[in-house]
Design a protein around this ligand. Structure first.
Ligand code: 5GP
Length: 190
């Protein structure tokens, strides 16, 4: 087990066979030292892909993506869930939220990702891959290259993993969950 799997077992809570609560250290109350370890791990794994930008979606992905960008020494861009009036040339797409069970729009400034940028996508969870598909669309609209995807937690039993494997994108999950049964987490490599 790595540092994140140990922390999930200690402080995470299995709410159901499909939902894990990690908001005491990852996506509500945020542990900066843990984010530092996550940033180091993702930057080491993806440095040879030579990312020029790290991209995430607000808000759960921002902390791990920020630390990854810091270690890679590249800018972080986060797609927004509401269109600010200050955005000059927004590009947008629709995303279905697994946890909220509704569709929302994500947007970003067109100039945030330049044509030819090598984009590393970082997020807190991979579940059905809907957030990823939204980001994939924004990257296509920007004529940029998706050079990798890093997920803190992957629920491997949902659809996202097979979509990513099918597409052949380099991806890495720090804590891949095979299943959650009776409050217990079974890791993919177990
Ligand atoms: P996907 O788009 O891959 O279906 O879901 C990814 C997004 O849904 C993540 O960014 C995360 O915010 C949320 N999410 C998915 N599964 C879980 C879960 O088990 N727990 C929490 N806290 N969020 C989740």
């Amino acid at each position: 087990m790595n540092f994140l799997q140990e922390r999930i077992e200690k402080d995470g809570r299995v709410l159901s066979e499909r939902v894990l609560k990690v908001d005491h250290f990852l996506n509500h109350i945020v542990d900066p030292a843990l984010m530092d370890q996550i940033g180091k791990a993702f930057s080491n794994y993806f440095k040879d892909e030579k990312p020029t930008k790290v991209l995430t979606i607000e808000s759960g992905g921002i902390a791990p993506a920020f630390m990854t960008a810091l270690y890679l020494n590249v800018p972080l861009v986060y797609a927004k869930k509401a269109l600010p009036s200050t955005m000059d040339h927004p590009i947008s797409t629709e995303v279905y939220s697994f946890t909220k069970q509704k569709t929302y729009t994500i947007c970003m400034e067109q100039e945030a990702i330049a044509p030819g940028d090598r984009v590393l996508f970082i997020d807190d969870f991979l579940a059905d891959g809907q957030a990823f598909k939204g980001v994939e669309d924004l990257i296509t609209q920007s004529n940029a290259i998706l050079c990798g995807c890093g997920f803190c937690i992957e629920k491997s039993f949902q659809k996202g993993r097979s979509y990513l494997l099918e597409k052949g994108y380099p991806f890495y999950s720090l804590a891949p969950i095979q299943k959650m049964v009776d409050g217990k987490i079974y890791w993919l490599e177990d």
